[in-house]
Design a protein. Structure first.
Length: 423
């Protein structure tokens, strides 16, 4: 692990005079969801004195239309919605990849469009004497496919990033055929790579075991304090007292993100009802019809506020007594949401069906968070103990979460890219 000050203060003299050009395929980069934040913050801290950055995204959906010259939105459809001719063209390109001078990709798919556009950038960077690294972040799988096709055709290093599992603990469609298809796609996408990066230790362990010849690196989702204006209102190690009514807030989606969360949510509501929970639940984001029906049939006090802007959501987190995180039985779960929860300074209540990455992180940080693992009765508190915990004053030790700051994570990314460019 690399730690230290922000990367834009690093000494340039230790690097070659030529720049390193990063060509990144990140389909969700132009949205407002949690997936977009993974690289948006990291790229902020890559010094442009040493880097040229080219990001290829899906349609740009953020409200700030001035997204800058480094970002190229491409509105062509993903393979899941592309015409059969476009899918066959991509399949043929995949089968013929690695052969000298294989044909350009036909059809109007996002893959064909971004590979064509990125090829021009790569050749321009190489002609200028710069080094090039191609990188993609999953999901969707289209990004991984595009990155391999481009890197292999242009003979430049490839790094594949996973913020979710493709073959390991996948969130995709069920069934033996789709499991085999995901294994094939993962292997095809990563075998030419010089590095694999992922967000949790369990995913990194999966890649290290499956592809032992390719270094697998841990690169947390993290949070970007420079991207959140309320940072000035959050003091270091501030103490939050819950002398008022207890309000537990949940932000974002629950089972709409991971169907396995549905069971955890059901068990949590049963636990709260059995314990005659006297506080209230506040939901900011999207709830499924099933989740809203569960709540309406319960005797719990709850409020549903719908979608908020990310900035407003962070501000609302500060008004909660505690923040609710619901995860399933997947070992690799440590969503981007947990890092924004950490940044907010509030106590986290984790309801899970397994001692997963999120639980491990909270225990490692060592603050007074609460992990309720419904697969382990020893972790399920008595009603009074639960109520007392939520009313205790809480302090988030900010020194313990500095390693999740995007500026620190960008140092990790910088080291990965520099090592990859030297392969």
């Amino acid at each position: 692990m690399i730690s230290g000050h922000k990367i834009h203060n690093a000494a340039d003299a230790t690097y070659p005079e030529s720049k390193l050009a990063l060509v990144l395929f990140a389909h969700h980069h132009g949205t407002d969801n949690i997936a977009s934040q993974r690289f948006r913050g990291l790229l902020r801290y890559l010094p442009r004195s040493r880097y040229n950055v080219h990001v290829f995204t899906g349609p740009w959906l953020r409200t700030d239309a001035a997204h800058g010259p480094e970002i190229t939105p491409v509105s062509a459809p993903l393979l899941s919605k592309a015409l059969n001719a476009a899918r066959l063209a991509v399949l043929w390109a995949m089968l013929s990849s690695g052969l000298p001078g294989h044909a350009r990709i036909g059809g109007n798919s996002w893959i064909s469009r971004v590979v064509e556009l990125a090829r021009i950038r790569v050749r321009r960077e190489l002609a200028a004497g710069n080094r090039v690294v191609v990188m993609a972040t999953y999901s969707p799988v289209d990004a991984l496919i595009a990155a391999r096709l481009l890197a292999q055709e242009e003979g430049v290093p490839l790094v594949q990033d996973f913020r979710d599992g493709l073959a390991y603990e996948s969130l995709g469609r069920k069934g033996a055929f789709f499991r085999l298809l995901r294994r094939f796609l993962e292997g095809w996408a990563v075998r030419p790579a010089v590095r694999i990066t992922s967000v949790t230790s369990s995913l990194v362990a999966h890649f290290a075991a499956s592809y032992p010849k390719i270094p697998a690196c841990l690169l947390f989702n993290g949070f970007d304090s420079d991207d959140i204006s309320v940072v000035s209102t959050i003091e270091k190690n501030d103490v939050f007292s819950t002398s008022r009514d207890v309000v537990v807030g949940h932000f974002g989606r629950i089972s709409a993100s991971d169907g396995g969360n549905r069971c955890s949510f059901e068990q949590l509501l049963e636990f709260l009802e059995r314990g005659n929970f006297s506080g209230s639940l506040a939901f900011f984001g999207t709830l499924t019809e099933f989740e809203r029906d569960l709540l309406s049939k319960s005797n719990l006090n709850f409020h549903y506020y719908g979608q908020l802007s990310r900035q407003k959501a962070i501000e609302e987190m500060r008004n909660m007594s505690a923040l609710l995180l619901v995860t399933s039985d997947r070992a690799s779960v440590a969503t981007g949401k947990i890092f924004e929860y950490l940044f907010s300074g509030r106590r986290i209540v984790l309801a899970t069906l397994r001692h997963n990455e999120a639980a491990r992180l909270l225990e490692e940080i060592g603050d007074d968070d609460l992990v309720i693992d419904f697969s382990n009765p020893a972790t399920i508190p008595a009603p009074k103990e639960f109520a007392d915990c939520l009313r205790r004053p809480f302090t988030r030790n900010r020194d313990r979460i500095l390693r999740f700051e995007k500026s620190s994570q960008a140092l990790e990314l910088d080291a990965i890219l520099q090592a990859s460019a030297s392969e």
